[in-house]
Ligand binder design. Structure first.
Ligand code: AMP
Length: 269
């Protein structure tokens, strides 16, 4: 595996590469990331994984500082799974010294996480623009765990020569979606987050046959708050294709963002 630290390394390494798969990550790699890497290795001739904790997508400096990082372990994982390249640029390499311009979000896209994490997706889309311009991948592999991110990246970056491939969410045995942020949870909180995931999987299943979805969802919000002492930002049923609010479970997903103590978790079912 070649470790690439800057744009020159990248240009040299990718000179004669075609059918390149790209897996963008912020590191602290886990089974969710590994599933994307495996898919890329299967579908592409070469696989490049980036590790870059992107400062512009954090609307909170403490959150950026607290974000788990473990480059040493990440490199061992990438070697084990035989990724071809890892790109680990520093901030200057991506943003230079200029004031950072940011992507603009349309008003209709300012929903779900975009409503609660101001500037987050603008930062995600900006870094994806910069990374894909440098890497020029044929396929980009992204997880459904971050469904709204996947939706926006598909909308802006899915082109004839660059396809965005959606990959299913990997869960632990308690059904909690695996996430780097889970490392910030205590054992007890991990178990609570697992209970919330199982509760919502069942709720979504039963929602199918019942009317008045909005009322049922409002009741569910109250119940979850009472049972688990969490702060819920949103629990909403939205269409998979355009993320418009839905009253029909067919082709829809249930989206949640909540705070368990100081940790913000998102999931969709
Ligand atoms: P992150 O490092 O959190 O920015 O995630 C990098 C990529 O891994 C994104 O495309 C995520 O959606 C994806 N990912 C994170 N967790 C999971 C998971 N549990 N299952 C599948 N994909 C995931």
């Amino acid at each position: 595996m070649k470790i690439l630290l800057n744009n020159d390394d990248l240009n040299e390494a990718l000179q004669n590469v075609s059918n390149l798969g790209f897996v963008p990550t912020m590191g602290s790699l886990h089974k969710g990331h590994i599933s994307l890497i495996k898919r890329s290795l299967k579908e592409c001739s070469k696989t490049l994984v980036s590790i870059f904790v992107n400062p512009t997508q954090f609307n909170n400096k403490i959150d950026f500082k607290m974000y788990p990082r473990d480059n040493k372990k990440d490199l061992l994982i990438l070697k084990k799974y035989r990724a071809d390249f890892v790109f680990m640029p520093n901030i200057k390499e991506i943003y230079g010294l200029n004031k950072v311009s940011k992507f603009k979000l349309l008003k209709k896209d300012k929903i779900l996480c975009a409503k609660y994490r101001k500037g987050h997706f603008e930062g995600v889309l900006e870094v994806m623009k910069r990374l894909t311009n440098l890497i020029k991948p044929n396929k980009i592999f992204m997880g459904e765990k971050d469904f709204q991110q996947l939706y926006l990246i598909k909308k802006h970056f899915d082109k004839k020569n660059t396809k965005v491939i959606s990959c299913r969410t990997i869960r632990d045995k308690n059904k909690l979606a695996i996430s780097s942020r889970n490392k910030l949870l205590s054992k007890k909180d991990l178990s609570t987050a697992g209970k919330i995931a199982r509760n919502l999987i069942l709720f979504k299943k039963n929602l199918f046959s019942r009317g008045h979805k909005k009322d049922l969802i409002d009741k569910k919000i109250k119940e979850l708050k009472r049972l688990f002492q969490i702060k819920i930002e949103y629990l909403e049923l939205r269409k998979k294709t355009d993320l418009k609010l839905s009253t029909n479970t067919k082709d829809s997903k249930l989206f949640i963002a909540y705070h368990l103590k100081k940790v913000r978790l998102i999931d969709n079912f």
